[in-house]
Design a protein around this ligand. Structure first.
Ligand SMILES: NC(=O)c1ccc[n+]([C@@H]2O[C@H](COP(=O)([O-])OP(=O)(O)OC[C@H]3O[C@@H](n4cnc5c(N)ncnc54)[C@H](OP(=O)(O)O)[C@@H]3O)[C@@H](O)[C@H]2O)c1
Length: 246
């Protein structure tokens, strides 16, 4: 087992790629902290992990609220006494064009996609530094590498998490490595909310692999980044997108 004895926080793990990663990390021996706003789905994920004979707890938290973000750290420390891996994966999609977006929607998008990962990292990093080792993985997006018409706040926030990842790598080493995964079109509730596979059909057609991605495509890369198999990879923004826009 690749993560035996490790404690991993996976934010936004009630669904999609976070859920797939939480389940994979648990199968690899990690004690996993599942988070999200939806308690029923959080419980379902933890029940499944436990039914497979593995270990997890859930913490309900809204990443718009920094008290909730702190609660994730506090409950993790109270329950497991440490943290080794932080996967800042929870994300908020905004598709409102620049000229129409309210300040509230803009700020909420940055709060969930950038501020919450920064704050949770601030809380977890001293524990990792003290024990001499830790891994942070952030979720960016291909929208953090290119702009398209429409999602100005999402695109900007995902560019920002790229910069934050590089700052983390500089400031938190040598004990902590920080990298970001930039998913392409991955079939999750988020893609369903904007029209599902039909809405991303053009991306599929443009892709050299002629397919969309699935949550396990991301979970497998997160596992690689969480282990020493990637021990010399740091500060990188790793696209997992089937090769679109190359
Ligand atoms: N799917 C794609 O094609 C794609 C592409 C590029 C990047 N991404 C990024 O990948 C990450 C995961 O998204 P996904 O595709 O797996 O979507 P998803 O299935 O909709 O999952 C999103 C997760 O984030 C949580 N979340 C959302 N807003 C939250 C909030 N305010 N507070 C707490 N948790 C919140 C959700 O939990 P609750 O609903 O329980 O709160 C859920 O667990 C996001 O950062 C997203 O931006 C996705």
């Amino acid at each position: 087992m690749k993560l035996k004895g490790k404690v991993a926080i996976v934010t936004g793990s009630t669904s999609g790629m976070g859920r797939a990663t939480a389940e994979l990390f648990a199968r690899e021996g990690a004690k996993v902290v599942v988070t999200g706003r939806n308690e029923a789905r959080a419980k379902e994920v933890v029940d499944k992990i436990k039914a497979e004979g593995n270990e997890a707890i859930y913490v309900t938290a809204d990443m718009l609220k920094m008290d909730d973000v702190k609660k994730i750290f506090d409950v993790t420390m109270e329950t497991y006494g440490t943290v080794d891996i932080l996967f800042n994966n929870a994300g908020m999609l905004s598709i409102t064009p620049l000229q129409e977006i309210s300040l509230e929607e803009w700020e909420n998008t940055f709060r969930v996609n950038v501020t919450a990962p920064m704050y949770l990292t601030q809380l977890c990093a001293p524990v990792m530094k003290e024990k001499g080792k830790g891994v942070i993985i952030n979720t960016g997006s291909v929208a953090g590498a290119h702009a398209h018409h429409g999602p100005a706040a999402y695109c900007s926030s995902k560019h920002a998490i790229g910069g934050l990842t590089k700052s983390m790598a500089y400031e938190l080493g040598p004990e902590i490595r920080a990298n970001a995964i930039l998913p392409g079109a991955i079939m999750t509730a988020m893609v369903d909310s904007v029209g599902g596979e039909a809405a991303v059909a053009h991306l599929k057609e443009d892709s050299p692999l002629k397919r969309v991605g699935y949550p396990d495509d991301i979970a497998n890369v997160a596992l690689f980044l969480a282990t020493d198999e990637s021990s010399f990879i740091n500060g990188q923004l790793i696209r997992v997108d089937g090769g679109i826009d190359i």
